[in-house]
Design a protein around this ligand. Structure first.
Ligand code: ATP
Ligand code: MG
Length: 285
């Protein structure tokens, strides 16, 4: 069977999420520390462990067939790869930040200033759109200390909680790009490899589908069933099983977790008792 090559980040903020996803797909792999290549024992897939910056290029050139990378890096490298799926982890934003006691009235304040970043392409694009000219100072790491050592007036860096900026005396003033991990593929992937990719995506989608859903079981008097169904819209066709006690039934269904919390009071008022909400591991629609 054809084997597909997947490029993953070797070490960093994407690597744990990527390996976790692969494992939850039931794919077994041993990635010994320092190894640059590994093969799965129960799925036709081979892994290449790389710096994240190199992933778009490897996929574009077909050295790897597919890759998991931050959308920000894919755009930054201007690579010609196809985004085949959004993976929902490593969510972050690329933001401009300035020293926290500096007055800031808008992006025009940065005109003529210097901005340190590891993402010059995304930053330049944003500044051009805003009609602002600034001196972009490209550095590969520790961007957030640039203003305090006099290297730049502002920074443009990835943020998730904002605590790193805060610890370095900076405040976030502009969000310029929202990112998350994406699955990318080489353009014109061969048909047999596309079939393997489809199998992998099928598993990933089943996991994602299950994440926001819960299995619900509850007991209710028979005459409350219609009311309960109207309270929980997800419960269009629950399974209904008779209980030993006459006139009582057990309802089973799949719901959106949010719907449940929003409707818990109404559900009890409608006559539901003994409510159990349990996680679903995988969901195939
Ligand atoms: P490498 O050594 O592979 O080049 P790196 O230092 O460039 O790694 P990381 O800091 O590991 O990169 O970040 C990798 C990706 O993870 C980023 O491009 C971004 O998509 C995402 N990311 C970065 N910072 C955060 C964050 N604070 N929260 C969530 N995701 C983030
Ligand atoms: Mg990198």
């Amino acid at each position: 069977m054809t084997t597909i090559k997947l490029a993953l980040q070797k070490k960093g903020r994407l690597s744990e999420g990527s390996m976790d996803l692969i494992r939850r797909c039931g794919i077994k792999v041993q990635n010994g520390i320092g190894k640059l290549k590994a093969e799965a024992s129960n799925f036709p897939i081979e892994f290449l462990f790389l710096r994240d910056d190199d992933i778009p290029g490897y996929v574009q050139d077909g050295i790897a067939d597919i890759g998991i990378v931050g959308a920000n890096v894919m755009v930054e490298k201007d690579s010609h790869v196809e985004v085949v799926h959004h993976l929902g982890f490593s969510k972050c934003r690329l933001s401009i930040a300035v020293p926290k006691d500096q007055e800031y009235n808008g992006i025009q304040d940065l005109d003529g200033k210097s901005i340190a970043t590891s993402y010059p392409v995304l930053l330049k694009k944003y500044l051009d759109e805003q009609g602002v000219t600034a001196d972009i100072h490209e550095i590969s790491g520790s961007v957030e200390i640039a203003p305090s050592i006099g290297l730049a007036d502002a920074v443009c860096d990835l943020v998730s909680t904002g605590s790193t900026l805060f610890q370095n005396g900076l405040k976030e003033v502009e969000q310029i790009y929202k990112s998350e991990a994406v699955m990318v593929a080489t353009p014109d992937l061969a048909e047999d490899k596309q079939a393997v990719l489809n199998q992998l995506l099928f598993r990933i989608k089943a996991l994602q589908e299950a994440e926001s859903k819960k299995y619900i079981l509850l007991n209710a008097p028979e005459d409350a069933v219609e009311r309960i169904k109207s309270v929980l819209p997800g419960m269009r066709s629950p399974s209904i099983l008779p209980l030993a006690e006459p006139g009582w039934v057990s309802l089973h269904s799949v719901i959106n977790e949010n719907t449940f919390w929003e409707n818990i009071e109404a559900l009890k008022e409608a006559g539901a008792e003994g409510i159990l909400v349990v996680p679903i591991e995988k969901m195939i629609l």
